[in-house]
Design a protein around this ligand. Sequence first.
Ligand code: FAD
Length: 535
Amino acid sequence: MDKNRFPTLENYLGKESTLQDFPSKTVRASNSELQLPYQLFIEAVAQAPIAISITDKKANILYVNAEFSRITGYEPKDVLAENESILSDKSTPRQVYYDLWRTISHKKTWQGQLINRHKLGKRYLADLTISPMLDADGQISHYIGMHRDLTETYQAEQQVKNQKKLIESVTNLLPIAMVVLDEKDQVLLDNHRYKALVSDLDIKEPALYFLQLLREELGELWQQYQDKQQGFSQREFRIERKNKSARWFSCSGSWFSETVSLADAFFSQESKRYLILTLTDITKQRNQLEEIHLQSLKLMMAEDAQVRSLRETLLGAIHQLQQPMNQIRAAEQILQLKQDAQQQHLLLILQEIQQSGQKALATMENCIPTLAPAALMSLNLNAILHEVLLLSEPRLQNHGIALDWQPAHQLPSILGSENKLRILFKQLIDNAIEAMAQQGGDDMRLKIVTASDNDWIYACISDNGPGIPADKRAKVFEPFYTTRLDTHQAGMGLVMAKEIIDQHQGLIEIDVDYKAGCRFKLSFPRYKNRLEAGK
Ligand code: FAD
């Protein structure tokens, strides 16, 4: 083939030629009366920033533009009359060429990627579009090929994909559950450990569950952390599971921003915030700690019980002494009114008895041990009840009492004193055990349920013992009143329980509708409500 039959624009125009040299031929612009110089179209192709080649029906090159030379390394003189296959690296699968030719020979446009070889031998990935050009009879006369070098874009895409794979492999290897959430709490990325939590905890989307707990616990702080992208660490939560032992998780999180990659945000540089949440199962560590804690708790509660018992004994003794003292005072007043000289001696004795009696009472009052003041903190009733139940376990087992413990799956906090609440629940549980054990029977059951609503946290303790007769229900909260026959009980347990409930701004009542035994219903204001009330 004679290469000179296929001049390039430069051959054709000559180096110094300009558009003005060809004013004669014009083309009518589409949808307009405007006549554009024919040469403008030729220059548009010549200067287009994409490699353009025009071939005959057999892919023999008739024309290439400047960008073609830049990308392929071939000058027009190198490729004119050569087949486009000169660009082929011979590593593109044959099927690609087969599809290409089948498409274009059916007068359709083909678009795809091929591996081309630069004149100097370097491979590059070509993003190629080939369109057939039709003559006046609608037959293919030429093909026009347009391609660009996709190597860098492809490399960048591959890098992103590889990085994603690397991140996924690393996150999957992590010994903790991890999840990335967007601003709408949608899970964008998670790892194997996280996926395992779904079945372990029987929660559809554990991240949402933990987010709710975190927002609840952190309150206003959550928004502040989020705004400052500050992050939080080691927030521990106890997760109750139906008929399974509870699990403990430590939650940490940090926010990061990413520039939005959508076209709309190209100029605005809008950014989006994401949260990385990690969940570490700390059940084992917590159980070990719990064991140690339980031992010290036993000691502490035993000491506390001793102090309270001493208080009760002394208060009871003072209460009992008060009555004869009052009688002596009354007798003294009668003698004084009588002004009988013969009884003067007796009057003096009565006064002496009174003085020494008052002295003894004062001494006893001084001996009443004081209870240490308790610090208030955010508490979870489930955790406290769980501890108390662990402490009570041996007693329950000794008496053959079955425990039905139904903690709320998710329980908001209350503001309170850990120790006092422990004493409160221990008292109520001990009372229930004692009542059931006294009555005896094969089917003794202690049921404890916790629940909550918008304002209150509830705890309900029911036993199937003898119950408290209706006429005595109000009296059991009075000092030194006991329904028990054994005299060693001072009857101060429920007084103390009521006192503790009052200190927590809560309520305690005996369920009048419960006939199978005794049921105490306790309610405590939620932490956030108490905070708001205190403002
Ligand atoms: P070839 O022997 O040339 O062809 C391989 C197969 O392609 C054949 O088995 C047959 O199925 C089919 N085929 C080839 N020619 C025809 C034809 N005339 N009619 C019907 N089927 C045919 N290839 C590249 O590698 N890189 C490019 O950048 C490139 N750009 C092109 C631009 C245009 C405008 C055209 C029309 C083709 C282009 N080609 C390009 C395709 C090129 O012509 C070759 O077909 C291809 O390079 C394979 O070359 P080959 O020597 O390995 O195999």
